[in-house]
Design a binder for this molecule. Structure first.
Ligand SMILES: [Cu+2]
Length: 394
């Protein structure tokens, strides 16, 4: 893509002049790359625009862009996707560019962004840029700041990134349905000064929860709290990529929570400081050591630590039912049940072998004659039946 763009710019500028090039480029949509595998893509080192240290999106990827007269142009496509939540478990979700969550958008403080959003969903949508300081009309709230994007249409968002930090994107249209279906993504705005808040490894993931009944593929979109799948970037353990670091690395982990409940994220073997929220960087004097950070609903927390303790350390939500995955809340307790019949084995196992003395049997002695029920009596007195009174108008 980069090579073709360079080719277009250099050849067209030579033959037709720069003004024509920009009009031609502005008239065409940027490519919308798509990813259908949950494999973590290598960091997207910038080939144009200011330099930065790219992030790693667990089980995900960053969205390539094209430069167009000083604008970074991205193309997001909202569409139904199939996401493998864990090896062998596929869910029918909604997302962006082939995946849920959508690709991470990376840019640099001061960059001007033009983001094309094409709606391939069966209903309208918008995109809200969570935490980004932008003009009101670019905020993406359907029915408030813009008309909804109908199915089959493409809208354009244009804004400048005034500060570095970590933000998110998600629909502000039919919110409960679209977020329950997995529509979300990360925005990382890198500092223009590559030495500011520099780390050696920088990981990002979004917390998403789904309610997918055993045996089904599509999340229940009316669930408010009782979700049964807790995911990091729409993946469940053991299908989540490891955060691989070298001993001595300074590591940053950025966590966004677009679920309907809080998640206390805990790390083993290390302590850390929260250095960034969805509102911006935390000054040094305002930080304190932690080993668990509660990421509340709609929040982003980034923490940093020095990886000085070698090992295979767990990093997990501390709500034990969120760690377990997957829970069928309405499934009865199976403790004590004989599981020896294999799953999927429908062969007739033959008659049940009853334990001795546990089967109804025939009485072999004499049986008394059947008697008719006698009329009811109380203490030897015939029961008088009182009939309703006062129905004749007196
Ligand atoms: Cu949790």
């Amino acid at each position: 893509m980069i090579n073709r763009r360079h080719f277009l710019r250099s050849s067209a500028a030579g033959f037709f002049g720069a003004a024509l090039v920009s009009r031609v480029q502005a008239a065409s949509l940027p490519e919308a790359p798509s990813q259908d595998k949950p494999t973590m893509a290598p960091p997207l080192v910038p080939q144009s625009g200011p330099p930065y240290n790219p992030v790693m999106t667990l089980n995900g990827w960053s969205l390539p862009w094209r430069m167009n007269n000083g604008w970074k142009e991205f193309h997001l496509v909202a569409e139904p996707v199939v996401r493998e939540l864990a090896p062998g478990m596929k869910a029918h979700l909604w997302g962006y560019n082939g995946q849920s969550p959508g690709p991470t958008i990376e840019c640099v403080e001061g960059d001007r962004l033009r983001i094309f959003v094409t709606n391939k969903l069966p209903e309208h949508t918008t995109i809200h840029w969570h935490g980004v300081l932008l003009p009101n009309g670019m905020d993406g709230v359907g029915g408030l700041t813009q008309p909804h994007i109908p199915s089959g249409k493409t809208f354009v968002y244009e804004f400048q990134m005034p500060k570095s930090g970590t933000f998110m994107y998600h629909p502000h249209a039919d919110e409960m349905v679209q977020m329950a279906m997995g529509m979300m993504g990360f925005i990382v705005v890198h500092p223009r000064d590559t030495n500011f808040m520099r780390v050696d490894r920088d990981f990002v993931f979004l917390l998403a929860m789904y309610d997918i009944e055993p045996g089904s593929y599509t999340p229940k979109v009316s669930t408010m709290l009782d979700f049964n799948l807790s995911t990091f970037n729409s993946r469940v353990f053991p299908g989540i990529d490891h955060l691989v670091v070298r001993k001595g690395d300074r590591v940053r982990v950025r966590i966004g929570n677009l679920t309907m409940t809080n998640h206390p994220i805990h790390i083993h073997g290390h302590d850390f400081e929260v250095t960034c929220t969805d509102g911006g960087w935390v000054p040094k004097q305002a930080r304190w050591p932690e080993a668990t950070v509660d990421v509340a609903v709609g929040q982003m927390r980034a923490f940093e630590f020095i990886a000085d303790n070698p090992g295979d350390w767990a990093l997990h939500c501390h709500k034990s039912h969120h760690v377990m995955n997957a829970m069928g809340h309405n499934v009865p307790t199976m403790i004590g049940v004989d599981h020896r019949v294999a799953r999927g084995d429908y062969k007739d196992p033959g008659w049940y072998e009853h334990p001795t003395g546990k089967v109804a049997y025939e009485w072999q002695g004499p049986s008394p004659a059947a008697t008719r029920q006698a009329p009811a009596k109380a203490d030897g007195v015939d029961v008088k039946v009182r009939k309703p009174e006062g129905h004749s108008g007196d």
